[in-house]
Design a protein around this ligand. Structure first.
Ligand SMILES: CC(C)(COP(=O)(O)OP(=O)(O)OC[C@H]1O[C@@H](n2cnc3c(N)ncnc32)[C@H](O)[C@@H]1OP(=O)(O)O)[C@@H](O)C(=O)NCCC(=O)NCCS
Length: 139
């Protein structure tokens, strides 16, 4: 299978911190879920998808305000209606690993809200599968 990876970086801001002044785990998980979903949309060409499964998460280090967090997603496999990604997160400034998630599964849904076969077996590094929408430019 063609490999594909997707990297996104976040700057840790005051609203991302917990009561101890370090990165709130919930903020990081929200970023991961959202960015993984975007990655899955690029791969499946379907923006009606849901997170089905996230495997064990072991937070091995943290971050503080001003740190740069890098999330890297890789396509693990295509199923019939699903796609499986993995995620590696590191703190760019300290070079420390923050966490690794081996399995994040998204399921593509049809207009009836039920899983729909995507017919894909290979990953793409491009954006050609992203669904097309009419322009919203005025005039
Ligand atoms: C996603 C959902 C429609 C799937 O329904 P379902 O009855 O499990 O459907 P299926 O049994 O046909 O499984 C669909 C796919 O999910 C996979 N799947 C189901 N349970 C799984 C699990 N525990 N772990 C990993 N994959 C799983 C199946 O293998 C299948 O993939 P494939 O077609 O590529 O082989 C349903 O579970 C649902 O709506 N869940 C809630 C999703 C949600 O709200 N997420 C959070 C907000 S985005």
């Amino acid at each position: 299978m063609t490999t594909a990876s997707y990297t996104v970086r976040k700057w840790v801001k005051p609203e991302d911190l917990n009561q101890h002044g370090t990165l709130f785990g919930g903020s990081l998980l929200r970023w991961i879920d959202e960015e993984a979903a975007i990655c899955a949309i690029f791969q499946l060409g379907n923006d009606r998808l849901v997170t089905k499964f996230i495997s064990e998460i072991n937070f091995v280090s943290s971050a503080v305000q001003g740190d740069l967090i890098e999330m890297n997603f890789s396509v693990v496999k295509f199923g019939r209606t699903s796609i499986t990604l993995s995620c590696h997160v590191r703190n760019v400034l300290t070079r420390d690993e923050v966490l690794t998630i081996s399995t994040i599964v998204f399921v593509g849904l049809g207009s009836d809200g039920l899983p729909v076969a995507h017919g894909l077996t290979d990953a793409t590094q491009g954006s050609e599968r992203v669904p097309f929408r009419e322009s919203r430019r005025l005039g």
